[in-house]
Ligand binder design. Structure first.
Ligand code: ATP
Ligand code: MG
Ligand code: MG
Ligand code: MG
Length: 566
């Protein structure tokens, strides 16, 4: 490729809107341009990197027995109503109508479509296990699209779905995917950790997130320095920070007789409705779940009803709560599940606040100064506390717990029969008995992985691509465009490298050498070959981007030396 022809518009200045390094460098190095918030065009260099990531992912999916398909991005509302997610997915779902008024969604994920496909086409245990995947655009109307490709509203994901005849089969498929993910991120040249995403809460191993370790990560990981224990602390740390910032008042139980609605309670206590939260406890397959809902009564009761209807939940009675969780009735009731909340479905911005008001699980009483971290202590928060307290690893009981920041680049999930039950995806087993398929789903964010690779691999001068995903392996730079010998030698090496199958750019632009060097560092080519003054002695200089180490090579052998390196 000739730099004079390559559409890689580099920028000297850091664009003001870019907060994180990967976003800054992707813009500055001419990899992406924004079309709308969270929606980007991938320019030629980005396209090459994405292709390489996709190719590695594809190879490992195929190796694990996956079959590639392409599913529609436009998904009919009917399937989402059938699964029950049309109403619970919320504002993240891009919804649209066709000219006849029929409703659709732009796929944020594809459980509905794939389960529909498989229920129609697969009927016997002999066809299982079945592993199907695609690599395609996904659409999520994120509340805050930001950090460039890290949190887009249109992004590329690989998603695989496994169908098995029983739980044991699903575990095997899960392990296959877990291993494939480990190979993928190793091949990509990234430092990563698989972490238990809901550590302790839902049984630990039913879902893992693959985290690329980088300071810009939104997730906090607690991991053991001795064994493989690693867990996602999610936003626990920011909660702790919020707690530190905001003095928590002591919990106070206040009589609120006759005040039935949240608005009435808020008015009675002289607080803003946003400072009220409502907790409910319900049963799901996973056990008791607590939901915290914003004080806005209208909205939340609709959502709550949907939750109850579509997930076929039943609200737990006080007695059940007491029995399952061991909280004394009338003490602080559902609010006071200290250390025992299994899963909190909530607006994270609300639960980060302190000094909220909540029902006291006792008629005519409310609790004032509810403090998220203190009164809704979640297991994950407890993990952070263990680190702070210098406690030992809960698994091996020997290692020291440490924390790191991570970017979620992939997730593997045991779905069980959630979707096969809702959509009636059944098969006949060996005995002719009808059974629900047991499913798993497995995603990798392709575009986010590209951004994460930059977060982990850069310096003050630009990107440092791992060799496996670099857009090109080497850039050849003739120092002086005016010097015919240099130009000719550079051209010769360029064609030799190209013939050897090395992905090469020749910087043939009429630019000062300094500009070319700066762009080479910014774009992050793993190797730079400079053809300059030393050519007179038959020498050229090879520089490695990552280490900055240079080697002087004979001009004749340069191409072969580079070919041996990449
Ligand atoms: P997050 O917690 O960051 O919102 P998620 O858990 O909602 O991500 P999944 O549903 O597990 O995401 O999707 C699988 C993968 O898709 C994620 O691990 C991530 O790599 C990628 N991904 C999810 N949301 C986005 C996004 N908005 N932009 C880019 N990649 C994304
Ligand atoms: Mg998300
Ligand atoms: Mg996540
Ligand atoms: Mg996830």
């Amino acid at each position: 490729m000739r730099a004079s022809q390559l559409l890689a518009p580099t920028l000297r200045e850091t664009p003001a809107e870019a907060e994180v390094i990967s976003h800054q460098l992707l813009l500055r190095a001419g990899f992406i341009r924004k079309a709308a918030a969270g929606v980007y065009t991938y320019l030629p260099l980005a396209q090459r990197v994405l292709h390489k990531i996709m190719q590695i992912v594809r190879e490992e999916m195929n190796r694990a027995g996956g079959q590639e398909i392409t599913m529609p991005i436009i998904q009919p509302a009917e399937l989402w109503l059938e699964s029950g997610r049309w109403h619970v997915y919320g504002d993240e779902l891009f919804r649209l109508k066709d000219r006849h008024g029929r409703e659709f969604a732009l796929g944020p994920t594809h459980e509905e479509i794939i389960t529909d496909l498989v229920r129609n086409e697969v009927h016997s245990y002999k066809q299982l296990p079945l592993l199907l995947y695609q690599i395609a655009n996904k659409y999520r109307d994120e509340r805050r699209p930001r950090f460039g490709l890290m949190r887009g509203r249109e992004f590329i994901m690989k998603d695989l779905y496994s169908f098995d005849k029983d739980e044991v089969g699903m575990q095997i498929s899960y392990q296959k995917m877990f291993d494939a993910y480990t190979r993928i991120f190793t091949r990509l040249g990234l430092k990563f950790r698989p972490v238990e995403a809901d550590a302790g809460a839902i049984g630990g191993s039913s879902t893992h997130e693959f985290m690329v370790l980088a300071d810009a990560g939104e997730a906090t990981i607690v991991y053991c320095d001795t064994c493989t224990y690693a867990a996602n602390v999610e936003k626990a740390e920011s909660r702790l920070i919020a707690r530190e910032k905001q003095e928590a008042q002591p919990l106070e139980k206040i009589a609120t007789p006759e005040q039935k609605t949240i608005d009435e309670v808020a008015a009675f206590l002289g607080i803003a409705p946003e400072q009220t939260i409502k907790t409910l406890i319900y049963h799901t397959e996973k056990g008791l779940v607590a939901a915290v809902l914003r004080g806005d009564r209208q909205v939340n009761e609709i959502k709550l009803q949907n939750l109850v209807d579509t997930l076929q939940l039943h609200l737990a009675s006080d007695e059940e709560v007491v029995e399952k969780i061991g909280v004394a009735p009338g003490s602080i009731g559902p609010v006071g599940l200290k250390g025992k909340v299994w899963q909190v479905i909530a607006d994270p911005e609300v639960v980060q606040q302190n000094n909220l008001v909540c029902g006291a699980n006792e008629d005519g009483y409310h609790l004032k100064n509810v403090n998220y971290d203190r009164d809704y202590a979640v297991d994950l928060v407890a993990d952070i506390r263990m680190v702070e307290a210098g406690e030992h690893c809960p698994r091996c009981e020997e290692g020291k717990l440490l924390t790191a920041k991570g970017i979620e680049v992939g997730q593997v999930f045991q779905l069980g029969t959630k979707y096969s039950k809702a959509l009636n995806a059944v098969f006949l087993d060996e005995n002719g008995k009808q059974k629900e398929m047991v499913m798993g789903c497995y995603g990798i964010g392709i575009t986010r992985t590209m951004a994460a690779a930059i977060e982990q691999n850069h310096d003050e001068n630009g990107i440092i691509w791992p060799l496996a995903i670099a857009p090109y392996h080497v850039v050849v730079i003739p120092v002086s465009e005016k010097d015919q010998q240099q130009r000719e030698a550079a051209e010769k090496i360029y064609s030799q490298l190209t013939q050897l199958g090395i992905e090469t750019v020749i910087d043939d632009r009429v630019e000062r050498a300094g500009v070319k060097f700066k762009d080479a560092d910014l774009i992050g080519y793993p190797y730079r070959l400079t053809v300059g003054k030393t050519l007179a002695e038959g020498k050229v200089e090879l520089k490695e981007r990552r280490t900055g180490n240079t080697r002087v090579l004979d001009v004749e052998e340069a191409a072969q030396v580079i070919a041996n390196l990449v």
